[in-house]
Design a protein around this ligand. Structure first.
Ligand code: SF4
Length: 349
């Protein structure tokens, strides 16, 4: 029996479009975990989750390392992953405006992501003239000015470093999240980024501790955003925040802690939307991380809360696409200390 055309198209859209499943491990070492050509905040983005040796950290809230290899995946296999994605996306290469390179860890950690593969992949993007930006996911401790400059020069692209800042209170970072990233290390990385003229996109968790009330979660997330804003402003690093409602990632220590608590409640999406709106009004570009990347069950995400409706989710999705966090009109959070001006400077990139 032939499949009706609309069913056929619907199936393709679900398999290869935005609803494409993520969270699975790559089937072979020459395949990435995931890739998607997507519209990201108004730009054509090719996002690739490379399949490399797993992240050497085991943050208590994060399930990402579980799906990655314990073994070293050599340069030729990582390059084969890139070529596979390029072949799959070849008819659309001409419209790409940015490329996001991640590996469920740190692409600048040379003990997991082969350095030469990163050099070659980033340099090859020179051949994509419409691509303006490379987004590279990493912990900041792996950054050096020399390496950042090398990649920026060889690719001729603006670099945007994507990192999980998560939260600002030291006790929460260490005891609850197990981040093992002192704030001084983070700031040292930010210094390197400033010297190499990189941009920063930072994840901030809403309700990083399962024991928090909704009000405490709001205060902590706002403090984290303000901290990032202040330190990026001091260094002239353009900042974008991805505000992530915390979800319970299966199999993590954090999940066990949440289960032990009597009456754990995930964050409310309405709070996350309201905080993002507030910070946007202050000039800080914030978008919402609305997916749990296939690592959680629906009843352990914001969808389980009493405020959740389809309409609210739609509001969040519309917010992400409304142009407030625009790649070409980047709100550079710089306050001119000498003039005492408090208004953020709007810079066209
Ligand atoms: S949060 Fe980042 S550094 Fe920590 S385990 Fe997950 S991928 Fe590794």
């Amino acid at each position: 029996m032939t499949v009706a055309l609309d069913e056929f198209l619907g199936g393709l859209y679900r398999s290869f479009g935005p609803p494409k499943q993520m969270g699975e491990s790559a089937p072979a070492s020459d395949r990435p975990h995931f890739f998607l050509h997507r519209n990201f905040l108004g730009e054509q983005d090719l996002a690739i989750l490379f399949n490399t040796k797993r992240c050497r950290y085991q943050c208590k809230f994060c399930a990402l390392p579980f799906k990655s290899s314990r073994e070293w995946i050599p340069e030729d296999q990582v390059l084969a992953q890139f070529k596979y994605v390029l072949e799959e996306d070849k008819h659309a290469l001409g419209v790409l405006e940015r490329v996001t390179i991640a590996n469920e860890g740190s692409v600048f950690d040379e003990t997991t992501f082969p350095a030469e593969a990163l050099t070659q992949i980033t340099a090859a993007t020179r051949k994509l003239p419409r691509v303006r930006k490379l987004v590279l996911e990493t912990r900041l401790e792996f950054l050096t000015v020399e390496r950042l400059r090398e990649i920026a020069e060889n690719s001729n692209k603006q670099l945007d470093i994507l990192t999980g800042f998560e939260t600002v209170t030291v006790d929460l970072r260490e005891r609850v999240l197990g981040k093992r990233e002192p704030l001084e290390n983070f700031l040292r990385g930010l210094d390197a980024m400033a010297a190499a003229e990189c941009e920063l996109t930072a994840y901030v968790l809403f309700k990083p501790d399962p024991a928090m009330t909704d009000e405490e979660a709001w205060i902590e997330a706002e403090k984290a955003i303000d901290y990032l804003h202040e330190h990026c402003a001091m260094r002239g690093v353009p900042l974008t925040i991805r505000l992530n409602p915390m979800y319970v990632a299966r199999g993590t220590q954090w999940a066990r802690r949440a289960e032990e608590l009597n009456g754990y409640q995930p964050p409310r999406l309405s709070d996350i939307i309201a905080l993002a709106e507030k910070k946007r009004k202050e000039g800080i570009p914030v978008y919402l991380g609305l997916t749990s990347e296939g690592l959680s069950d629906e009843e352990k995400t914001y969808r389980a809360r009493e405020d959740f409706t389809r309409g609210l989710l739609k509001q969040g999705i519309i917010m992400n696409g409304d142009g407030s966090v625009s790649p070409r009109q980047h709100l550079l959070p710089i306050t001119d200390v000498s003039s005492g001006a408090a208004e953020p400077v709007l810079e066209r990139k």
